[in-house]
Design a protein around this ligand. Structure first.
Ligand code: MGD
Ligand code: MGD
Ligand code: SF4
Ligand code: MO
Length: 777
């Protein structure tokens, strides 16, 4: 027995990645607490972090590569066989159909982006260019708008919530879902301080709305009308920041003309918000000295997603709530998490590629289409699309139609069960990890985590998986070649840089494999076994060149660091610190240097958006008669966390993932609180337990995100825990520009069950939850 030890890491449960310390006993994580030395989260954690041991070890952890047999079952095979066979099949597909017929899906989840760098490297070297990712299930409409307004899709807004005196929350529930660091502390501080206010736009009286000074319970899907009415009122009252607009933007006149045409009373009615509440909202905006706008899925996965993102940005800009203390900002990047791909299209589905990514809503079509470049191979890493992409039945059909589907995951997921090969990864606490979710301004942070426990037997960290694949494909040079680069790395960073330049110059075909080359060379010199962080060396050089003063300020060095050493100094700080480190500290005025348009001016008028706004029809806000309820398919709750936890025992409440429904709606159906009920949409049907909840508007329902995993019950049979919500969603219910799903707006009806079906649902629930949780130590 080794001595129990507290070790530093980060929480992998949501994209805030709070710093944590973990007690590790005999190679197992047994306790988790906040890390006070983490400069971003400063000891903060929420209720979910304590449950990390349920992610780290459970009955569905994979411990051997699996190969699908002809009868549909799996057999365990060794790593060499798996990698060798996969390499041959990948080569075959590339030779017959080209790299375009293969795509990467995922490449990282809430806590892990290290593997994505390696997956991308190998697949790019094979000629693969297409990447599907969860970001295009939520944020690509926002990225599209940012591309137009700021000049690059990688310009991304941050929030200075610390210092705002008005927090304007639209379609987000930070008390539960976070979305910004230390969310509950900030919300509490704002509530307690009479000089600071909060407005919330959300159909539901959420935990966050409860704390607000003004809650606008918008009709589901009618945000564009409400935001349009608010903006039009600002313009009519001439309550815009003319000085800001003049100095920093172009196109206000066109925007003003478009907003002036909005029939405010009619749009307020469409949004179901009384006009005097809109006036009150505008009064609060006008009174604020520094407003920060915070948005999330409520509008990004809501009707008119891309337009909503545009209106949100207009609200920021027209009020001059940008580039000052307490307002919205742009932030720096160590390494952008997504790309900039204006005007690129993806041929098989004729879709716009935004931020270099393809929308999962188009995945089934990309596979099943009769297009010459249709997808035949899919490499899935850190994602469970069989549960998280619209229209489960169609996704399953598409995945099953592939010539080759490989899944890299820590767990036997619903997606893995459809793959030809499943490769078991070490968990995020058994290897080096980091995320590129670094969205802070004025000070931005980066955190490289070292392993706190050894890899579970049979698993490999992603850099090892992709190294073996690259070797089997004949892509990665051998140690005879890499050895001399490694020697140079042990001499000095400067010698390494020179040697690497010479090597890539002589071997240009190795350039796409940069991440792997760095891992096997520079990586060997890094502390605490963090070799997997080596690709960040290049990112650190670029970041230091782009923002030298901000990097110097962040490093706070006691000696002046010359430009030529700054990238290395930044990299050493990142690789050498276990609690995370500040990478850039800007002044507020610096925000203009982060705008990508050469004149640093923000473009307010986007013709496609103004056309969309002008064509909005208030009559469209009503629900169809056959499916009279609007379902928010995918609510964040105290105990859900994407597809990260499989063991149902991790939850402290809401074991069945209940359907939230207003008590009056339930009464009208003649159904009782807690009863099992069916939710039906044109795409499918799920049986759920309903829960009367008067925070819900009448006519709106909510099902949780993050359920629907199958897991062995006490008797060993696999049972599905809670709703697979995407059985109800339709891939066509999506944004016309970004292809992002309108998951917050799924038209459904409710059907009462027969006594037999209800009893079966109840019995199944008992079997799932009656199972003894595994021992955790
Ligand atoms: N507990 C928990 N936290 C999480 C996650 C998790 O799974 N569980 N997942 C993480 C991830 S990946 C993400 S992207 C974020 C998402 O974080 P959020 O977007 O904040 O969370 P949601 O609950 O999905 O949706 C936010 C709100 O949208 C509201 N909404 C529904 N329809 C509409 C509408 O028509 N208009 C408006 N204005 N609002 C509407 C809902 O009532 C809800 O309160 O959460 C992150 N944090
Ligand atoms: N209807 C509906 N659908 C939704 C949403 C919704 O609100 N409603 N939300 C959408 C949103 S915002 C998001 S972000 C997506 C999330 O959906 P996905 O992109 O599918 O991501 P996760 O659910 O986070 O799944 C992460 C996977 O990574 C695996 N994993 C964990 N650690 C590791 C590791 O170290 N290595 C590897 N290789 N794998 C690992 C986990 O086992 C899990 O299978 O879902 C989207 N889908
Ligand atoms: S806010 Fe997110 S990262 Fe922080 S402890 Fe909670 S789940 Fe983990
Ligand atoms: Mo997300």
């Amino acid at each position: 027995m080794s001595k129990p030890e507290w070790q530093k890491s980060a929480c992998n449960i949501c994209y805030i990645n709070c710093g944590v310390e973990m007690l590790v006993e005999d190679g197992r994580i047994t306790k988790v607490r906040g890390d006070r030395e983490n400069p971003k989260s400063q000891g903060y954690i929420c209720n979910k972090a304590a449950r990390i041991p349920y992610y780290a070890r459970h009955k569905d952890r994979l411990t051997s590569p699996l190969r699908r047999r002809a009868d549909g079952g799996f057999e365990e095979i060794d790593w060499d066989t798996a990698i060798g066979e996969i390499a041959v099949r990948l080569r075959d597909i590339v030779q017959q159909h080209g790299g375009k017929s293969i795509a990467l899906y995922g490449g990282g989840g809430q806590g892990n982006h290290a593997g994505g760098a390696y997956a991308n490297a190998v697949l790019r070297a094979l000629g693969v260019r297409s990447v599907f990712n969860a970001l295009s299930q939520e944020k690509t409409g926002d990225f599209w708008v940012n591309g137009h307004m700021f000049g690059s899709q990688t310009c991304h807004t941050a929030e200075d919530i610390h210092h705002c005196d008005l927090l304007f929350v639209i379609g987000a529930n930070p008390w539960i879902a976070h979305g910004f660091a230390n969310a509950r502390d900030h919300l509490n501080q704002i509530r307690k301080d009479p000089t600071r206010k909060m407005i919330v736009i959300d159909p539901r009286r959420t935990e966050t709305a409860e704390m607000a000074d003004l809650h606008l319970p918008v009709r589901p899907g009618a945000d564009a009308f409400l935001l349009g009415a608010i903006l039009a009122t600002l313009v009519r009252r001439d309550a815009v920041d003319h000085d800001f607009l003049e100095r920093h933007t172009t196109g206000f006149a066109e925007v003003k003309a478009a907003l002036a045409r909005i029939p405010v009373a009619e749009w307020a009615a469409a949004a179901d918000i009384p006009p005097d509440e809109i006036e009150r909202c505008v009064d609060m905006i006008v009174a604020a000295k520094a407003m920060t706008v915070r948005v999330e899925l409520g509008i990004q996965q809501g009707v008119n997603s891309t337009l909503n993102s545009y209106l949100e940005k207009l609200l920021i800009m027209l009020t001059g709530s940008f580039g000052r203390k307490g307002t919205n900002q742009l932030h720096s990047w160590l390494q952008p998490l997504w790309g900039n791909s204006p005007n690129q299209r993806y041929a098989p589905t004729d879709t716009e590629i935004i931020a270099g990514l393809l929308p999962p809503n188009l995945l089934p079509q990309a596979i099943l289409n009769d297009h010459p470049e249709r997808l035949r191979g899919l490499w899935i890493d850190s994602s469970n699309p069989a549960n998280t992409v619209a229209n489960t039945a169609e996704v399953e059909k598409a995945l099953s139609a592939l010539d080759l589907c490989v899944v890299v995951d820590v767990a036997l997921t619903e997606t893995a069960r459809l793959a030809h090969y499943v490769l078991p990864a070490a968990s995020q606490y058994e290897k080096t990890e980091f995320t590129l979710f670094n969205f802070e301004f004025p000070t931005n942070y980066f955190h490289v985590r070292a392993a706190v426990a050894p890899p579970l037997a049979g698993t490999l960290p992603e850099p090892e998986i992709y190294s073996r694949l690259a070797r089997a494909l004949g892509l990665l040079p051998g140690d005879n070649v890499l050895g001399s680069l490694r020697d140079a790395a042990f001499q000095s960073r400067t010698e390494f840089a020179t040697a690497l330049r010479a090597f890539i110059g002589a071997n240009p075909q190795a350039a796409p494999l940069g991440a792997l080359i760095l891992y096997h060379t520079l990586g060997a010199t890094l502390p605490d076994g963090t070799a997997a962080a080596a690709p960040l060396w290049q990112a650190a050089q670029t970041c230091a060149k782009r923002d030298p003063d901000a990097v110097r300020r962040a490093l706070g060095a006691d000696r002046p660091i010359p430009d030529r050493e700054l990238g290395d100094a930044l990299f050493d700080a990142i690789a050498g610190t276990r609690s995370g480190v500040a990478i850039t500290t800007h002044s507020y005025e610096d925000v203009w240097s982060l705008v990508a348009h050469p004149d640093r001016k923000i473009r307010l008028a986007i013709p496609a958006m103004l056309d969309w706004l002008g064509g909005l029809d208030p009559a469209a806000a009503a629900a169809p008669k056959d499916y009279p309820f609007v379902l928010a398919a995918g609510q964040r709750r105290m105990f859900n966390a994407n597809q990260i936890f499989r063991d149902p025992a991790w939850r402290r409440d809401d074991p069945d993932g209940a359907l939230l429904v207003n008590a009056r709606d339930l009464e009208a159906l003649g159904a009782g609180d807690g009863e099992w009920i069916a939710v039906r949409s044109p795409a499918g049907r799920v049986v759920v337990r309903c829960k009367a909840d008067d925070s819900m508007r009448q006519g709106q329902l909510a099902l949780p995100h993050g359920y629907g995993q199958s897991y062995p019950a006490g008797d060993g049979e696999r049972l599905t825990n809670g709703p697979r919500i995407n059985a109800l969603t339709d891939s066509l219910n999506r944004d016309p520009i970004a292809g992002t799903p309108y998951h917050k707006h799924v038209a459904v009806r409710l059907e009462r069950l027969t006594a037999t079906e209800a009893a079966a649902a109840e019995a199944r629930s008992r079997r799932i939850h009656g199972a003894q949780p595994e021992a955790r130590s």
